[in-house]
Design a protein around this ligand. Structure first.
Ligand SMILES: [Zn+2]
Length: 470
């Protein structure tokens, strides 16, 4: 199947020009002005942007957590992603207590079998090196294309690891070429604050935020940076939410250390005002790190503009308000932590980043596609519009007005963090390796079309899949 995308404005992290794109055998075969070529399908992109498919490096689909399971499985989550212009994501495999990494990977692969709508890779969340997973086994994961290790410095008694596990994993990463990712919050201190709040009778959602102060994030971020530097491992700090963690990342990057940070869409738009909403509505905004004081919004925009933070993910980890969040109706510490967002990242960052003049169109593409691709071993096969790259393409209509609502979304969750927000600019046609996924607001492709992508080691390129040359 061949596709010709005519006359669109091609925007990559570096370039911005009008040209045609010809796709054949799942890859971009030609780019040029007024291409004189026949194709099975022609898409008129005049007046539209032609963007690389976005990459979400941080999602949780079909994940058991907090006494329940995230509401979006691979099919519904990836469908939501496709409508939002995301054509590849990297999901977290969570090693269960006593499980080997191979067992954990098998579990996650089984959840995805036959359901994949977009392409995906896996990070390995290391939770237990004492029983089950070993350092030796950890070292073999990059051979299977699992080239990043995630550690939780929070969620004491559940996912949290001690500094020994953190440091030993960093040592392995330093030798295998994997990227270390941390959820940086001080879980021990948070545990004390949660117990104190509950003992004082504070049970409402707001206390989720008040017991996870920015200092706990700043401390853990700095600790992870120092330990990674000591171990000689590259470090990526996920979901940075506040000034206290932006600052140590900025300081490390200024020194030339191998440290990167990401924030997520919701941290630009949500605050303590939301989690303080009455009648338990604040529970919709319970995720970790928590919503912060509004003064952090400008800090984060500035950080993504200046490359102190290098990627924007969603941390999509969706729980129903009615039936899942309500598990914590009488105790904020029992509200499942996580929020949705997989479908609205591109719309929201385009509207409030690009259209509001905070970042350029090129920088938006870099934050949502190119940098995640480079950091997570997917580039240049993904993350750009170039000859030989996978034809993962979003034809984006910058004039299309959409009002975001839970009613219209494709995720199974029953609320939206950006409910009622009107944006100008939304994906029109979304292609995955040249196959049309979304067109005319319909999912055109069937689940099963998405593939697992074995990612390259940190700092290495993922070459386009080899096809026979005619
Ligand atoms: Zn997460």
């Amino acid at each position: 199947m061949s596709v010709l995308i005519r006359g669109g404005r091609i925007v990559t992290a570096a370039d911005d020009y009008v040209a045609d794109v010809f796709v054949e055998d799942e890859r971009i075969a030609l780019i040029g002005e007024s291409l004189d070529i026949q194709a099975d399908k022609v898409i008129d992109a005049a007046g539209k942007y032609v963007l690389p498919g976005c990459i979400d490096p941080h999602t949780h689909l079909d994940m058991p957590f907090g006494g329940t399971v995230t509401i979006d499985d691979v099919e519904s989550g990836q469908t939501a992603a496709a409508f939002g212009g995301t054509t590849c994501h990297v999901d977290f495999v969570i090693q269960g207590k006593g499980q080997t990494f191979a067992q954990a990977l098998d579990d996650w692969r089984a959840k995805a079998a036959g359901k994949q709508v977009i392409d995906m890779g896996y990070h390995m969340a290391v939770t237990d090196l004492a029983d089950g997973g070993t350092l030796e086994e950890l070292a073999t994961l990059p051979d299977q294309g699992v080239t990043s290790y995630k550690l939780f410095m929070a969620y004491k008694g559940a996912l949290m690891v001690d500094d020994e596990t953190l440091y030993r994993t960093m040592e392995v990463a330093a030798t295998t070429g994997a990227l270390v990712m941390v959820h940086a919050e001080n879980g021990d201190v948070i545990d004390v604050l949660v117990k104190e709040a509950l003992a004082a009778g504070h049970t409402e959602p707001l206390y989720h935020a008040l017991t996870r102060p920015p200092e706990a994030e700043g401390e853990a971020t700095n600790r992870a940076i120092q330990l990674a530097h000591l171990a000689g491992a590259p470090l990526y700090v996920v979901h940075v939410s506040c000034k206290e963690s932006v600052e140590p990342i900025a300081a490390a990057r200024e020194k030339g250390w191998d440290v990167w940070g990401e924030t997520c869409t919701q941290y630009f738009f949500t605050s303590l005002d939301d989690i303080a909403k009455p009648d338990f509505e604040g529970a919709k905004y319970v995720f970790s790190p928590p919503v912060r004081d509004k003064s952090n919004w400008d800090v984060l925009w500035n950080a993504v503009r200046t490359d102190t933070l290098s990627a924007i993910s969603t941390d999509h980890c969706a729980f129903l308000f009615d039936g899942q969040k309500t598990l914590g109706k009488d105790d904020f510490s029992k509200i499942p932590n996580g929020g949705p967002g997989l479908e609205n990242r591109l719309q929201m960052i385009h509207e409030f980043g690009v259209r509001a003049g905070r970042i350029s169109l090129n920088r938006m593409v870099e934050l949502l596609a190119t940098s995640p691709a480079k950091l997570f071993g997917l580039y240049p096969r993904k993350g750009t519009i170039a000859i030989g790259s996978d034809a993962d393409i979003v034809v984006f209509d910058p004039g299309k007005q959409v009002t975001i609502s839970a009613k219209a979304q494709h995720s199974k969750v029953d609320y939206n963090l950006f409910e009622g927000t009107t944006v100008t600019g939304s994906p029109d046609v979304v292609l995955l390796r040249g196959h049309v996924l979304v067109e005319n607001d319909e999912l055109v492709a069937s689940p099963g079309i998405g593939q697992y992508v074995a990612r390259a080691r940190f700092g290495q390129e993922l070459k386009p899949a080899r096809t026979a040359v005619a």
